[in-house]
Write a protein that binds this ligand. Sequence first.
Ligand SMILES: [Zn+2]
Length: 65
Amino acid sequence: MPATHGGAVKNWTGTTIQQQALTVGCRYCHALVGEVCMDKAHSKPLEAFPAHEVRIRDARKGSDE
Ligand SMILES: [Zn+2]
């Protein structure tokens, strides 16, 4: 049965895609390694995505080498 928490916000904490993204810094919002991306418009951690797209791409690129 589905468990709803009364909110549409997805919690990305601990997901594989976020863990991978955190291994590199973010060129978009300048989050450091190990820090989550910030939503610059709202001055809070990014919620809609595990990390900015460019950061996810950078992290994947790094893991290939
Ligand atoms: Zn970012």
